[in-house]
Write a protein that binds this ligand. Structure first.
Ligand code: GDP
Length: 250
């Protein structure tokens, strides 16, 4: 069960419950049916709220998560705890990957519950269609590393075939590719050719200021992997949303 900052704030207990139930059901079944390999998804938002940067794979359990998504974070941390336990007692080959903020075609473009990029793509689309101002939630100052869903899919298939540790691996663009919410929203505005008024609603939460993650471990395995440039990924996602507006989740 996933969602953006505002869905996490609204359904904190459900995030904790449902994700724990998914962990227990999926991993226990995989153990019983002798599944050879399981790759589960964590997220960089599950790391301690107070931490040093960049965050790396060894730091997941070092302190309480940010309070804005504690239910999701504790449930997801348990996936790693369970993988270690299933390996220790039953020899299971279960691992986790930790993507940063994901975006791309087929996302959930919900205005209220979506992650920042899909929500903003839909909001700009609506503002353009209705001739209304386009509103960004928060100050626009927080920093994020975005990964294109197509790149993430390729890296997850690599992890399934060739990554043989139980411990998690962060799947992230380089630290130098971190961008502010304001910068990323400007890319959405450009890709959508929106010329109307832009407003910041600072009564809305900024969430965590940053979650800068190190991809040093990934780079040790795949030093030459080339991520899709974010402007290109956003342009492709905006085009996909416009072409598939009727059937897109929103
Ligand atoms: P996070 O990275 O886990 O915090 O998740 P999000 O993808 O929800 O990103 C949240 C960041 O984007 C916060 O700084 C929000 O204030 C900012 N933001 C700006 N506009 C929006 C919006 O329309 N939806 C969401 N989810 N976040 C927004």
């Amino acid at each position: 069960m996933v969602g953006g900052l505002f869905r996490n704030l609204k359904y904190n207990c459900d995030f904790l419950q449902f994700n724990q139930l998914i962990n227990i059901n999926v991993l226990e079944s995989c153990k019983d049916f002798k599944v050879q390999k399981v790759v589960s998804c964590l997220s960089t938002c599950i790391f301690p709220g107070k931490t040093t940067y960049p965050i790396d794979e060894t730091m997941i359990h070092n302190g309480p998560p940010h309070q804005s998504n504690s239910g999701y974070s504790y449930a997801k941390r348990m996936t790693d705890v369970m993988n270690q336990a299933y390996h220790q007692q039953y020899g299971c080959n279960f691992t986790t990957v930790i993507p940063t903020n994901v975006y791309g075609p087929h996302d959930n473009f919900s205005l209220e519950d979506g992650n920042v990029l899909p929500a903003q793509i839909n909001k700009v689309y609506m503002a353009k269609k209705n001739g209304t101002p386009f509103t960004i939630w928060g100050t626009g100052k927080p920093l994020r590393q975005f990964i294109y869903s197509i790149d993430l899919a390729k890296l997850m298939i690599w992890a399934l075939r060739d990554y043989n540790e139980i411990s998690p691996i962060i799947l992230s663009v380089d630290e130098a590719d971190e961008v502010s919410i304001k910068e990323v929203v400007e890319m959405v505005i450009d890709a959508s050719e929106f010329k109307g008024e832009v407003v910041f609603d600072t009564s809305k939460s900024d969430g965590q200021f940053k979650k800068t993650a190190s991809n040093a471990k990934l780079r040790k395995y795949l030093p030459d992997y080339k991520f899709t440039p974010i402007q290109q990924g956003i342009k492709e996602t905006v085009n996909w949303f416009i072409e598939n507006y009727e059937s897109a989740r929103k």
